[in-house]
Ligand binder design. Structure first.
Ligand code: SF4
Length: 192
């Protein structure tokens, strides 16, 4: 029987033990269930290659990821001018969940800031129904995202991601019914 995991990080033969240690902080990592994009068919995940989940985007931006953190290497390179973050797991989207996780707004903010630090020329917009910045330091981070990095927060999730029939290409438009956000071509859409 294997004694360690493949990375050698966990010893399967370890026994339960009680330890008394002095620490300054405790991090409780509860884990999470990733968003299932199939419950949001209006955003055409799986049809358009530049509609991706936040975990996929995380890999894309990671220096150890498939593109060495370089979005330029992807087929979606034309999409680099705009990044749209959809806080799609908001309670108003009850198909996803009916409570506020208190994390996705700040996760989107983190993704937006990392993107701007990576490539300042990208226009980043975060679409949301509700904005929860109630945690310690979150208001400050949000303020920095807006004032320092120029990230735009737009209240209301786009209703759909649509195929652009006219151009007969993989372009598409994002239509926000209320705000008339209009036609935004070549945007990467990240479902958070
Ligand atoms: S308010 Fe923000 S943190 Fe709460 S569920 Fe909506 S997007 Fe997530």
């Amino acid at each position: 029987m294997r004694k360690n995991c493949p990375a050698g990080a966990i010893d399967f033969n370890q026994k339960h033990q009680e330890l008394v240690v002095e620490v300054t902080s405790i991090i409780i990592a509860t884990g999470f269930s990733p968003l299932d994009p199939s419950v949001l068919p209006q955003y055409e995940y799986g049809r358009f290659q530049d509609v991706i989940t936040s975990l996929q985007y995380e890999r894309l931006m990671n220096a150890a990821g498939p593109t060495d953190g370089e979005m330029l290497d992807l087929q979606i390179k034309h999409a680099q001018k705009e990044l749209h973050l959809f806080n799609a797991s908001d309670p108003e989207n009850r198909k996803v969940k009916d409570y506020c996780s208190q994390i996705c707004c700040m996760y989107a903010t983190k993704q937006a800031i990392v993107t701007k630090e990576h490539e300042p020329s990208i226009d980043v917009m975060a679409f949301y129904n509700d904005l929860n910045a109630s945690g310690k330091g979150h208001e400050d981070l949000l303020k920095r995202a807006i004032e320092e990095y120029g990230i735009k927060y737009i209240k209301e999730l786009p209703s759909e991601v649509l195929w652009n029939e006219k151009s007969r290409s993989k372009r598409r438009k994002i239509l926000n019914q209320e705000l008339r956000i209009g036609v935004n071509l070549y945007a990467i859409v990240v479902l958070i």
